[in-house]
Design a protein around this ligand. Structure first.
Ligand SMILES: [Zn+2]
Length: 224
């Protein structure tokens, strides 16, 4: 069998562990359908799994992942648009109450945009997709304004998440519900190296850690 051994062993561990613990929940979800209250738009990056970061159970998160956690602006042009379809389903059918755009550190997609000399891939799609970063980059200004290339990339990762919130608001179905206070949009950022998650305060625009006071020691010193 050429099916990856890692997946076979992982599935068998799931049968013995998580499925055994959550069998009732799976049965209930199969009978009553899913009703997650939170949609997460995250990056494909294998280090940034929303279900892992938020310790989520089956049925709790409606997750869309794509390169660099982007949402193209509302464009009803008849083309097949995966993110728009998922968004419409989440908002209009599932009636989620929150949409979280989850950015992250060391994002290869963001780096590919910022360092055009080193494309992420030579194919037909990445370059076009990453053009969605341009408005965020323009609002930041020249990369030379930043103390280091790493600072610039981190700023662009944050700014891109904020711009994605703006793009979400171009969807009439999103904007109407946000204005009626039935839907909230959130920006979050995961620091892969430390595990620190920060969430943007919509009033101040500042990203701040949501770890509890008791978790401060987790981030005090290098853990690896
Ligand atoms: Zn990424």
């Amino acid at each position: 069998m050429s099916f990856p051994e890692r997946l076979i062993s992982g599935y068998r561990a799931f049968l013995e562990g998580r499925l055994a613990m959550e069998q009732n929940r799976f049965r209930e979800l199969a009978e009553n359908d899913q009703s997650p209250e939170i949609m997460v738009i995250g990056c494909c990056d294998s280090r940034v799994s929303p279900e892992v970061i938020f310790d989520a159970h089956p049925g709790e998160l409606f997750v869309v992942r794509n390169v660099a956690n982007l949402v193209p602006p509302y464009t009803p042009d008849g083309a097949q648009r995966a993110v728009s379809a998922a968004l419409e389903f989440a908002v209009q059918a599932l009636k989620v109450k929150h949409i979280v755009v989850l950015g992250h550190a060391h994002c290869g997609g963001i780096r590919a945009y910022a360092e055009p000399g080193a494309p992420l891939s030579p194919g037909d799609f990445i370059g076009k997709w990453m053009e969605l970063i341009a408005p965020a980059a323009q609002s930041l200004g020249a990369s030379e304004r930043f103390a280091s290339p790493a600072d610039y990339l981190a700023a662009l990762e944050h700014q891109s998440v904020v711009k994605t919130l703006d793009n979400l608001m171009t969807f009439p179905c999103v904007r109407i519900l946000v204005e009626r206070k039935k839907l909230q949009l959130h920006a979050a950022y995961f620091a892969v190296g430390t595990g620190l998650l920060s969430v943007r305060d919509p009033e101040t625009g500042v990203f701040a850690s949501i770890a509890g006071a008791g978790h401060a020691r987790v981030f005090e010193q290098p853990r690896f």
